[in-house]
Write a protein that binds this ligand. Sequence first.
Ligand SMILES: NC(=O)c1ccc[n+]([C@@H]2O[C@H](COP(=O)([O-])OP(=O)(O)OC[C@H]3O[C@@H](n4cnc5c(N)ncnc54)[C@H](O)[C@@H]3O)[C@@H](O)[C@H]2O)c1
Length: 433
Amino acid sequence: METNGKKVRYAQVGVGGRARMYYEALCSTYTDSCELVGFCDQSQTRMDYANRMIKEKFDHEPIPTYNYLDFETMVQTEKPDVIIVTSVDRTHDEYIVKSMELGCDVVTEKPITTDERKAQRIIDAQKKTGRHIRVAFNYRYAPHHTKIRELIRDGVIGDVFSVHFEWLLNTVHGADYYRRWHRNKANSGGLLVHKATHHFDLVNFWLGTEPDTVFAFGDLNFYGKQNAEKRGVKDFYYRCHGSEAAKGDHFAIDMDNNPTLKAMYLDAEKDSGYIRDRSVFGDDISIEDTMAVLVRYKNNVMMSYSLNSYLPWEGFNVMINGSKGRIEYHAVERPYINAGGDKKNEGATKTYEIKVYPMIGEPYIVPIKKIEGGHGGGDPVMLEDLFHPGAQEDEFHRAADHVDGIKSILTGVAANKSIASGMPIKVGTLVNF
Ligand SMILES: NC(=O)c1ccc[n+]([C@@H]2O[C@H](COP(=O)([O-])OP(=O)(O)OC[C@H]3O[C@@H](n4cnc5c(N)ncnc54)[C@H](O)[C@@H]3O)[C@@H](O)[C@H]2O)c1
């Protein structure tokens, strides 16, 4: 972004849990080059909370707040250069397109959007306006994920032929998707879009390729009322707050006794109607919890991928097989719930190991530099790349644009179509770049 030496002006739409990492960074570490000039959300309470936080932590002046219906007024009044989109996934395309039409660049949270029609709107609007979109793929910046890119780029296992990728979500963080808006597929695209956009982006980034054909199965086997009934559950409740049945339930959250959750969500129900603590055993869940996907990539690599969200631990196992050997990559992540604790522990990695097995020779563990911070240390490195762009040459080209963002969701979008139709899906039929 060319600013002729002036501070870059940012406004943020969607001021919930994830938003905080951005507004706190903009109001502290990056005040010399950046200025936060507007908040926009459905909930005045959540915007007021954000203003209280920046006052308490950094003695920062309050940021002007705008109701979501006044997004355009905010842009016209505050004249931001860049809009940061951290709202519910379903709304991303609306704000990305409107922002570009109003002359702004965009930084958006993942997933860039939830289906192929919305993706096409973004592609068309970007072409028409020539504005720039960054997708905040923090995982790319975690040192262990970057290391995989480096090993493959440097030919350590030769030409890659196949990948086996398993992601595990546990009954703390995994369950959280079934308490709130994510449980509705129209809001999130399901976990194959909402969550797996990270994983499918990593594979595209590691291998320098994009998906060609996708086939998938998906079921809801554990969460939801029908599944709980099959297991003989007796005590059902609608939401945790005020429920006797929720007391002592492992799958309940207690917003009354968590000051952050209370201030951001319980106290905000009056102005947004957003209920953050629904029972995960309710009967209107339209996303899956058990997913298996096969992908053929344009460079002929094939991948088997699985995602399950009710498991005893959280993390991943990735195996990458090539003409000179194999990489085995394992990580265990710390359990957390979004906005339920310290930001730097969200998605923090407890243990990880990358082991190279040369086709002929002794296996060895690859040393990795550890970085503190959320999402395996990816969050602080990504913020630096977003808010001090060009300060350091990035040999890995981790900055992702809308094309990367859309290519990452297309695997999940195609998987959703395959689950619905029982057929393999050609990804090239979904959008025109
Ligand atoms: N990269 C990551 O590691 C990561 C982690 C968590 C969340 N996220 C992403 O961040 C985004 C926000 O997630 P979250 O966990 O903060 O959710 P959240 O529910 O805490 O916050 C969402 C906010 O959007 C607001 N909102 C809802 N509808 C709106 C509308 N029409 N217009 C404007 N605002 C609206 C809500 O009031 C709320 O304040 C999501 O897209 C999610 O995928 C990314």
